[in-house]
Design a protein around this ligand. Structure first.
Ligand code: ATP
Length: 235
């Protein structure tokens, strides 16, 4: 479904990621592991069309997408749920969700269907639909960010550190919802420092260090690896 082939991205003369290869099949949950600055967000940004790679190709459903505009990439079925959530904090929950459905704005029935789907996944968002996004708790804001991303009815959803700053119980709920979204048919690409929670739900993963992939394998393989355990699981 998604093939990232030998991409490199530079910020000025600085190479942020180098020769990155990622393969995501339809229906999978794939995790990118790595510490701060390892290159996960830059990889996401190049898949979303926000950073243009200086080398390599990105294919989605067989089409070369890395020269496309970000909105064309969203329309093709890829959505990024950003780190730090990037909600419109003064706008209501409902208005934020509507913004997420912008690419389908002419299809009123579709928007309504997506909204009902989001409210079924996250009943609290229905309850708080008229509240300002900025007034929600951290966990609720993350739910809203995921809900907003779902409004575009993505085939592939990219989540950048959805567990950051959340209490352990909320993290657990968040990963359950991510798994549910996947089971309902959305392919997931996840960037995480919380390897423990991520590997439990993922099919496979890639480990980033200093802008390159240093290891890849199934979740079981990564979980069993001493280096991965030491660096990202703390055991
Ligand atoms: P984080 O979780 O902190 O976002 P990350 O693994 O996602 O980490 P990136 O944000 O992709 O890492 O950063 C990769 C490298 O590129 C880092 O060295 C970072 O300092 C650098 N970098 C990221 N964005 C920019 C930018 N806009 N300009 C210059 N350098 C950047």
């Amino acid at each position: 479904m998604l093939k990232v082939q030998n991409i490199s991205v530079k910020y000025g003369s600085y190479t942020a990621i180098h020769d990155v290869n990622i393969d995501v099949s339809r229906g999978e949950i794939v995790v990118l592991l790595g510490s701060n600055g390892a290159g996960k967000s830059t990889t996401f940004r190049s898949i979303s069309g926000l950073n243009k790679p200086c080398n390599g190709d990105i294919l989605f459903d067989g089409e070369l997408i890395h020269k496309w505009s970000p909105d064309r990439i969203v329309r093709s079925g890829i959505v990024q749920c950003a780190e730090g959530r990037k909600l419109f904090s003064a706008m209501s929950v409902y208005e934020n969700l509507k913004m997420g459905g912008y690419v389908h704005r002419s299809k009123k029935a579709e928007i309504k269907k997506s909204l009902e789907h989001v409210f079924t996944l996250f009943p609290i968002l229905k309850e708080k639909r008229n509240d300002a996004a900025g007034s929600l708790s951290g966990g609720q804001q993350q739910m809203l960010a995921i809900g907003r991303a779902l409004m575009s009815q993505p085939k592939l959803m990219m989540l950048d550190e959805p567990s950051v700053g959340l209490a352990p119980l909320i993290v657990e709920q968040m990963f359950e919802v991510i798994q549910q979204i996947n089971q309902e048919g959305t392919t997931i690409l996840l960037a995480e420092q919380n390897a423990n929670a991520a590997l439990k739900i993922a099919d496979k993963g890639y480990v980033f260090e200093n802008g390159s992939i240093v290891m890849q394998g199934t979740s079981e393989e990564l979980f069993a690896d001493d280096g991965v355990r030491k660096a990202y699981i703390g055991a």
